[in-house]
Design a protein around this ligand. Structure first.
Ligand code: CO
Length: 484
């Protein structure tokens, strides 16, 4: 049975007696899936709200082999899209591999043709040297997706966003140009234009971070501002307030020349240099002018949660790790062997540009990752609720967490042997409260080695229903809800 616990201190695992030696392992979530599915009505327990209409579309790695050659890291696998559509209380499901250049080439050759996050194709010395001058970039968009105007786009951290058809889930070409070689799969929505804000790293003798806007129908980006950098940091996301773009540069950095010539898998060119500290830089969205950097203790993170201005201070909330060891935790051999991952903490930073200071505090005791907020209402503003995944005694993501930042209190949903993914918040129509709506999460059930879509009340984490998927769904990363 599912467990619900509420606690201001939430001693991890202590309130969850369901965890025991009989708990089924999360390992099936790291096994490749080869079949694509289409089901009109999934078996459903419970009752979904009548207002819930539209589609949850998610991306994630589903295939970690190219021919007989295994990939090494969770982030490497070939992207599959999963779509759960809701209509009058019923749920349909479809899944399909994205037919990208990288995916097609690997199928045709029986081996990897483009380098992924931590796995390189086997190459001759000549191929290594020539690839330094004309780097081959993967277009395998297994990290996140976004909707820009009428376009649906799947993304990874290379400058090749892939448009797809939300009905057929078929890939439909490159969506827009990115002004750099590396970018994030976590753009922000620009409220004023309805466009998308992101940053990219321009690599060269003089490298820089470039912030850019893509308007709803555009394919050419507009560069807003630029910050020079000698050794770019690995940054998976960034923050946004009404005035500022917020860069948190962790000391996990790369020498651009070594990246080009190093001959090592992409992420293994990055090094942890704690003496650099972590540096916040604020870029004015209107003028492009940069303020900072403001240095604080070294830490690492994948995900910013939210940011806003509070008087003279800029508040930046994120999911922090003590160092970049989490990247190593996510190699598949470790995950499949059941080694526990480092637990992230929800941290609030207060950057005071005039005083030049940075202060921080932990917001709740419960670990929190894959954060989601009520974006249309709370993004860039003072807010109260964050939802995310948490990790307890199993050492893997084994719970859904709701954090009330005002009361500094968490509520947890967990069920023995179950491993949920990112909980996507969908607001109820005409909602009054910031947390009025549902959470949608794809859960791997280690007991049956199957998966189901879980629907929770976002305020209480009470279960409203679950729809059984026709197959096991490997652990993915991010998705978005498109209203019907
Ligand atoms: Co992410």
């Amino acid at each position: 049975m599912a467990e619900l616990t509420t606690s201001p201190t939430a001693a991890t695992g202590a309130a969850n007696p369901a965890t025991s030696s009989t708990t089924a392992s999360p390992a099936p979530g790291f096994r490749s899936l080869t079949e694509e599915s289409e089901v009109e009505a999934l078996p459903l327990e419970g009752e979904l709200p009548a207002w819930l209409a539209g589609s949850l579309i998610r991306t994630g790695p589903a295939l970690w082999e190219a021919g007989e050659h295994p990939m090494r890291h969770w982030f490497d696998g070939f992207a599959m899209l999963h779509r759960f559509s809701f209509d009058q209380g019923s749920v349909s499901y479809a899944s399909r591999f994205l037919e990208t250049r990288a995916y097609r080439a690997a199928r045709e050759r029986g081996k990897l043709a483009y380098p992924e996050f931590a796995t390189d194709p086997c190459r001759s010395l000549f191929q290594r040297v020539s690839s330094a001058f004309t780097p081959k970039l993967t277009d395998n968009p297994n990290v996140n997706l976004t909707r820009l105007g009428e376009r649906f786009v799947a993304m990874t951290e290379t400058p090749i966003p892939v448009e797809f058809d939300p009905e057929t889930l078929a890939a439909a070409g490159v969506a827009w140009k990115v002004p750099g070689m590396l970018t994030t799969a976590h753009p922000h929505r620009d409220r004023a234009s309805g466009g998308m804000l992101n940053y990219a790293v321009k690599l060269g003798p003089r490298s820089s971070y470039r912030f850019f806007l893509v308007r709803p129908e555009a394919t050419e980006p507009e560069v807003i501002g630029s910050v020079g950098v000698r050794e770019p940091a690995y940054m998976h996301s960034f923050g946004l307030t009404e005035r500022w773009l917020v860069l948190a540069e962790f000391p996990f950095v790369v020498n651009p020349l070594k990246l080009a010539l190093g001959g090592r898998p992409y992420i293994e060119n990055y090094h942890w240099k704690p003496s650099l500290g972590t540096r916040f830089t604020l870029v004015d969205r209107a003028t492009g002018e940069a303020t900072g950097p403001f240095e604080t203790d070294p830490f690492f993170c994948f995900h910013h949660v939210n940011a806003y201005e509070d008087g003279d201070e800029v508040v930046v909330d994120l999911c922090a790790y003590p160092d970049a060891g989490i990247v190593e935790d996510l190699y598949l051999d470790r995950l499949r062997a059941g080694k526990p991952i480092t637990k992230p903490e929800l941290r609030r930073f207060r950057v005071a540009p005039a005083a030049g200071t940075v202060a921080h505090e932990r917001l709740v005791e419960e670990p929190l990752e894959l954060p989601r907020i009520n974006y249309s209402r709370a993004s860039e503003r003072r807010y109260r609720y964050v939802w995310g995944t948490g990790a307890g005694e199993t050492g893997w993501i084994d719970r859904i967490v709701r954090a009330d930042l005002e009361r500094r209190e968490t509520t947890v949903w967990s069920e023995d042997g179950c491993y949920p993914g990112e909980p996507v918040f969908v607001a109820a129509p005409d909602a009054e409260g910031e947390d009025e709506g549902v959470l949608l999460s794809v859960v791997l059930d280690g007991r049956t080695e199957g998966s189901f879509l879980l629907v929770l009340d976002a305020a209480s984490l009470d279960e409203l229903g679950r729809a059984q998927a026709p197959n096991r769904i490997p652990f993915g990363f991010h998705g978005q809800f498109a209203r019907g």
